[in-house]
Design a protein around this ligand. Sequence first.
Ligand code: TRP
Length: 334
Amino acid sequence: MTQKKIVLTGDRPTGPLHLGHYVGSLANRIQLQHEYTQYVMIADIQAMTDNYENPQKVRQNVVEVGLDYLAVGIDPEKTTIFIQSMIPQIAELTILYLNLVTVNRLKRNPTVSAEIKQKGFGESLPAGFLIYPVSQAADITVVKAHIVPVGEDQAPMIEQTNEIVRSFNRIYKTDVLVEAKAMIPSFARLPGIDGQAKMSKSLGNAIYLSDPADVIKDKVMRMYTDPNHLKVSDPGKVEGNTVFTYLDVFGTDTAKIQELKDQYQKGGLGDVIVKRYLIDVLNAFLDPIRTRRQEFAKDRDAVMAILLAGTHRTLQVAHQTMTDVRNAIQLNYE
Ligand code: TRP
């Protein structure tokens, strides 16, 4: 009997999840849960690295993110959803791994260095922020994940993890830690409603899975199209036109979408008509998600109970990993 491969991903609970999350990872997880032993981690400790002054924001969003997972169809019977801060072994591993990583290597991590610049930390860079890739290596190795499906921007994290795994196994002459493979999703990332390459909460260009219909309407009406398509009679561009990008991703009637594209490129089709159609398409996509979310949201305690059940399952695995690690480094006293 071949064992199913183990997959781990996670999200920082700093806000509700948006369509970019759906396209970039949630859709993938809904598929993966049938084939793999899947863990999905709510990364509240990692969220604290840049929200340590706002623990209540993190606290509140743990359940919000849990609700989003359940609403999109991540099935807690198939996927183990867990809360990072409740797995103390992640913190223990982080401390041990920190000896195997240089400060310079962390500063060169492309994801971290980009974030440090973006956040403008300068001289007051918190140590916890600089080392979060090490904590992420602990997230991945604590469940001995084989595969980590992440966006391209997270690929350096997997590299950093595997360097730690190799160092650990070499220095302590063991094979208890498992190297992970990044699985980069095939779909391109979803642009924000402003046409910027990435949808993100911090850029203020996101459509949330929990947005009600009137907010969808408002956001789509503000959406970036072709800036040169000034008059309805002008020919318009479909490439790089966010409204058409979204139709390609979320629409189901490809013939109708093709027809709209043809008309738009020829001239004679106004943005508002296409936008109205996109509003319908997005609402059709989001309606079942919203309905399930509202259902689960009626009993937030039950949602927390689901997260805790997954956390308790993860604790058992984490305990075993920690035992293996302690044996390998001979810090095993009982
Ligand atoms: N860094 C990821 C993000 O910002 C979240 C995350 C934390 C994660 N730990 C992880 C992703 C482990 C994959 C594996 O989205």
